[in-house]
Ligand binder design. Structure first.
Ligand code: IVH
Length: 678
């Protein structure tokens, strides 16, 4: 065997084993540093010899595979759901049915928790992970293998022995509560919309196109089912043990129960203890243990007859609606808020709950002064989940949504297909003007921290500032001694010399802030920090983003039609174009920084390259970064000046044809890597 291939195989095996010991057995055989060293060694060998990469390589765990669309796969064994109940009587009835069909009292159940995440089916062949598919409609689902491979507790290669040649495991992918909280904390700081709950976050994450982003989210997975053509075990309990020995992550919360009374005790225990687990659970799954008995019980048209799910009640309290208020965000979006009689829920006093939009008010059929149910699930913000119509006062009128902006009285608009109402008076509606500037100067964006919100209000009042570009034209003389009224009654403030100096210097310093953050700071609707980074890395300059077509925008990873439309809309408004022209003159960064540090040489100096399609080893952003590092120039469309087209899979046929017509050489990923190699 080729010695390099041999080394790659050996490192792959060794690292997978160390990974297994670490994640499954909590054993640190070697230091993190030594592990990383071996991983880097493998990465380097794989980079130089991409054809030797093993399908179970641990380097795949860091992701980097970008797909535009997931392939649909038909499940070999359909993915059914479970019949659900909240009633203990239903469990007793279930037990009686099972006894009757089996004609026996002598059987066992296995109780497990019902994990709240995304169901997954993973196929293994010859001990290696072959494919991972979502539940979809139960008959067919999406192939999300590249994303699933980033989850460290899912084995890429199995341990032990005696596994069938080909089999499937079923499990639940979840976002651990700790990771969920961390992500939302960051999002709060970045003023990005919060993830609603861990379950949605798990399924949203696993359907992302860029597996490198998935890899950063620390997803996890519990396996709870084994399916195979061959008979490898006699009971579900035995299957769980087998899978554990092969390296699968089985939650240690399962238990054998010899009768329905023991099942009830399991439910009792876990309805309290479940809050100490690293994930959300929403019930208990009760399964007949013996596999032959399972066969005998069979299935109804929808569910197995050998299992049932008992669901936990989520904590809910009742309170009365006092009134609805409406908030205007910096993008003009109106959010209705329910103001409630204060009530204690899950340890906090709740006075307000977001109602999201007009649809939600219609869905709840909310009337004045209604008695409502409030719940706090995985969500941070409590939710109105139910209206007690029977408790409604006779004269109560339905809530009528406002049609004028509560702040500037402009008639609200609602774009077709969107749930939110908007105030279109972007430049004249005070909370929008103030909100945009506040966002721009915030710590997460341009970080102009000496400028407080009250001062910004004063600057708007004195007509010194109407948008963010005006900040860069303020002078010390304008600020020094400036007197303005604050919103608190009859109070005036004046800016002292020191404050004026600090503000001018912080504004000056903000000229060093990177382009990605400036773009984020502009507050384009749907352009959060991550999207801003993607756009900046793809287009490099604000001018190129401004001039990009809708098609070019949606060709960027993670940019869908809604974001593209919003970006186009932003750059089509005269007021925004004027503001950008003034920003361009201000000296802030409107171009991506050149990569610095290491000297990569100038292999691509003087060459112009176009990058298109989906790549196997690196994602498109990395390919572009490499071009920059080697001093090449990137453009988005092919012309006679293009020296090379670096082409991945799924490249648009028009682009390819244009390259062929103009005689532009087309490079595969490997050829490109070869080109920049020493
Ligand atoms: S067994 C034939 N066990 O619940 C169905 N499902 O309604 C076999 N789930 O989408 C499913 N934890 O993703 C089973 N311990 C567990 C589970 C579990 C969560 C989910 C599963 C499925 C849904 C069934």
């Amino acid at each position: 065997m080729n010695p390099i291939l041999e080394k790659i195989i050996q490192l792959t095996k060794e690292l997978n084993y160390l990974n297994y010991l670490y994640y499954k057995k909590d054993l640190n055989e070697i230091s993190d540093q030594a592990f990383d060293f071996k991983l880097k060694e493998l990465e380097k060998l794989e980079h130089d010899h991409p054809s030797f990469i093993q399908p179970d390589s641990p380097t795949l765990r860091v992701g980097g595979f970008v797909s535009k669309k997931f392939e649909t796969v038909i499940h070999q064994f359909p993915m059914l759901s479970l019949s659900n109940t909240y009633s203990k009587q239903d469990l007793i009835d279930f037990d009686e049915r099972v006894r009757k069909i089996l004609d026996s009292n002598d059987f066992e159940y296995v109780c497990e928790l019902k994990f709240d995440g995304l169901a997954i089916s993973i196929t293994y062949e010859q001990g290696r992970l072959l494919r991972a598919v979502t539940r979809g409609d139960g008959v067919k689902g999406d192939d999300i293998t590249a994303n699933v491979k980033t989850i460290k507790s899912i084995p890429l290669a199995l341990f032990g022995q005696n596994w069938p040649h080909k089999f499937e495991v079923r499990g639940e992918i979840f976002l651990p509560l700790k990771s969920f909280d961390e992500i939302n904390k960051k999002r709060l700081e970045n003023k990005e919309p919060l993830l609603a709950n861990p379950r949605n976050a798990a399924s949203g994450t696993m359907k992302m196109q860029d597996s490198a982003v998935v890899a950063q989210r620390n997803m996890d997975c519990y396996i709870y089912g084994l399916l195979s053509d061959s008979n490898i075990s006699n009971s579900h309990y035995e299957s769980l043990n087998l899978m554990e020995n092969w390296g699968f992550n089985i939650s240690n919360t399962y238990s054998k129960c010899s009768n329905i009374e023991a099942v009830m005790m399991y439910i009792e225990t876990w309805s309290k203890n479940r809050f100490n687990l690293p994930l959300e659970t929403d019930g208990v799954v009760i399964k007949v243990n013996d596999l032959r008995s399972q066969d005998e019980l069979g299935f109804t048209s929808k569910f197995p007859r050998w299992a049932i799910a008992f669901k936990f009640e989520s904590e809910s309290v009742q309170t009365r609606l006092k009134e609805i208020s409406y908030q205007v965000g910096r993008t003009g979006a109106i959010t209705p808020v329910a103001n409630l009689e204060p009530i204690s829920l899950a340890g906090t006093i709740v006075k307000r709950a977001s109602l999201h939009n007009a649809n939600e008010i219609v869905r709840l059929n909310l009337h004045e002064n209604d008695l409502v149910a409030l719940e706090k699930g995985g969500e941070i913000i409590p939710k109105v989940t139910h209206v007690y119509i029977e408790e409604r006062r006779a004269a109560a009128l339905p809530i009528k949504y406002i049609d004028e902006c509560p702040e500037c009285k402009t008639t609200l608009v609602r774009i077709d297909g969107e749930a939110n109402h908007y105030c279109p008076n972007e430049r004249g509606c005070p909370p929008q003007v103030l909100g945009r500037i506040a966002h721009f100067i915030s710590r997460n964006a341009l970080n102009i921290d000496s400028l407080g919100i009250k001062t910004v209000q004063g600057l708007i009042q004195k007509k010194l500032v109407k948008d963010v570009s005006d900040l860069y034209h303020l002078t010390f003389n304008q600020l020094n001694g400036l007197i303005f009224e604050t919103t608190e009654e009859n109070k005036t403030r004046s800016l002292q010399k020191k404050s004026a100096e600090n503000i001018i210097s912080a504004i000056e310093q903000s000229k060093g802030v990177s382009f990605e953050l400036v773009l984020f700071g502009l507050g384009i609707r749907y352009v959060g920090k991550t999207v801003a980074e993607k756009l900046a890395q793809h287009f490099y300059t604000l001018d190129l983003i401004k001039d990009a077509s809708f098609e070019e925008l949606i060709s960027v990873d993670e940019i869908g039609e809604t974001i593209a439309k919003s970006v186009k809309d932003f750059f089509s408004q005269e007021g925004n174009l004027e503001m950008i022209a003034r920003l361009q003159a201000s000296g802030i960064k409107l171009t991506l920084d050149q990569p610095s540090g290491e000297n990569y040489g100038n292999k691509l100096s003087g060459l112009t390259l176009v990058v298109s399609g989906v790549f196997l080893k690196y994602d498109r952003v990395s390919i572009k970064a490499m071009i920059k590092q080697h001093k090449g120039k990137i453009t988005s469309s092919i012309s006679s000046k293009t020296d090379y087209l670096v082409a991945g899979d799924n490249m648009g046929p028009a682009k390819k044809e244009k390259a062929l017509n103009l005689g532009v050489p087309i490079l595969t990923e490997t050829e490109f890597l070869y080109l920049i190699e020493e």
